[in-house]
Design a binder for this molecule. Structure first.
Ligand code: ZN
Length: 372
């Protein structure tokens, strides 16, 4: 059903579905809001609802041929446009990959897509050729539905080419609907913005993110709450973390802590190499996870266990760590992990940054161990 993939059905979103019911849906809509609020999923649900022939109770039927094709992202009257790679390319060249990408994760984000297509080179543009393709689509008659929907994901990549779309947006043929989905409205031409109805998509409340990852990722309620809190309302990040928490982050964190505490060079070096194997996003989340873990260790020193956001197996580890680390050391290590995260954002050489972090951790922990 169309609304299942919308985690937070805010009033603004419900209103958009109402506009479709009453035939007053804008011909050019722009959904804006920070990364990870599920905007693309909302746009896809709106597109499905627009073409469904058997809407019920504010929901598309999920059964008609239009719904079937929408759900597979192959409806001939729902078109996708998005950033691509290559000066003369159009989205047709990337369509199969794009469909697989959004089928894999309803809440996929732009930077993941750009990474997927970049092949190590600079990527992410919306070409003149792509604008011509959109123009061609706009002037075709719908194939199967009585309307056409054109989803333009991340129009901030259009740059000045956006001028090519102005006339189409201003005077679209009958029953043609543009839905723009943007993370960065400031980068879009004012002339495009002024022709769109703009709807701000609000952050997904933490409790709803927790519920979503608990139900979909086989996490217990406690872990789901931790992941949701760490995600800052970013559903994509919460999903990434849910996949990683159990398998990777806890063992890697324990290895880093143990090796730096004991000070065995070979172990420290192995631990650093393991962390360096993480993707950039994973590493960013890993640092957050470690900082969260340390914060809980600090709380554990002062509060009752039931107030700590750690799972049973994490709690056992935290109790051991807390025995050899004081508040000052926790603070110092947290600051260093934040610095490592800062280096990561700036694409620094992470192997040497990690090594330097590990060596500093070793100094802090050894000093602390002597005091203990
Ligand atoms: Zn339907």
């Amino acid at each position: 059903m169309h609304t299942d993939n919308i985690i937070h059905k805010s009033e603004a979103i419900t209103d958009l579905f109402e506009l479709i019911n009453s035939d007053r849906f804008p011909h050019a809509l722009l959904l804006k809001g920070a990364v990870g609020r599920g905007k693309l999923a909302i746009a896809r649900s709106l597109a499905q609802y627009l073409v469904c022939t058997d809407r019920k109770d504010g929901d598309s039927c999920g059964k008609c041929s239009h719904c079937h094709k929408s759900l597979k992202n192959i409806h001939p009257d729902i078109h996708f446009s998005f950033p691509i790679n290559g000066a003369k390319a159009t989205c047709n060249d990337f369509m199969n990959d794009f469909r697989a990408f959004i089928a894999q994760n309803h809440y996929a984000i732009g930077s993941d897509w750009i990474t997927e297509i970049s092949e190590g080179k600079k990527a992410g543009n919306m070409t003149a050729a792509e604008c011509n393709r959109i123009s061609h689509i706009v002037h075709l008659k719908p194939y199967e539905a009585d309307k056409k929907v054109i989803l333009i994901w991340l129009p901030e990549y259009l740059g000045k080419e956006g001028n090519r779309l102005l006339k189409m947006i201003e005077e679209p043929p009958e029953e043609t609907y543009f839905i723009f989905i943007t993370d960065l409205p400031d980068l879009i031409l004012g002339t495009i913005l002024s022709r769109c109805q703009i709807v701000n998509i609000s952050p997904i409340p933490v409790a709803l993110i927790a519920k979503h990852v608990e139900e979909n990722f086989n996490l217990d309620a406690e872990t789901a709450a931790v992941v949701a809190n760490l995600s800052d309302g970013n559903i994509n990040e919460a999903i990434g973390m849910s996949n990683q928490v159990e398998n990777k982050f806890l063992p890697t964190w324990i290895a880093l802590f143990k090796s730096t505490y004991r000070g065995h060079t070979a172990d420290i070096s192995k631990s650093v190499s393991d962390i360096n194997e993480f993707s950039k996003e994973e590493m960013k989340t890993f640092f957050k996870y470690c900082t969260h873990f340390l914060r809980q260790c600090m709380l554990l020193r002062h509060l009752a266990e039931d107030q700590i956001q750690l799972r049973k197996n994490e709690m056992d580890i935290a109790t051991k760590m807390t025995a050899v680390i004081d508040d000052a050391a926790i603070h110092e290590i947290s600051v260093m992990l934040d610095q490592a995260s800062y280096h990561l954002e700036r694409n620094a050489n992470m192997k040497s940054a990690l090594l330097s972090t590990a060596i500093k951790m070793n100094h802090i922990l050894r000093k602390d161990a002597l005091v203990a």
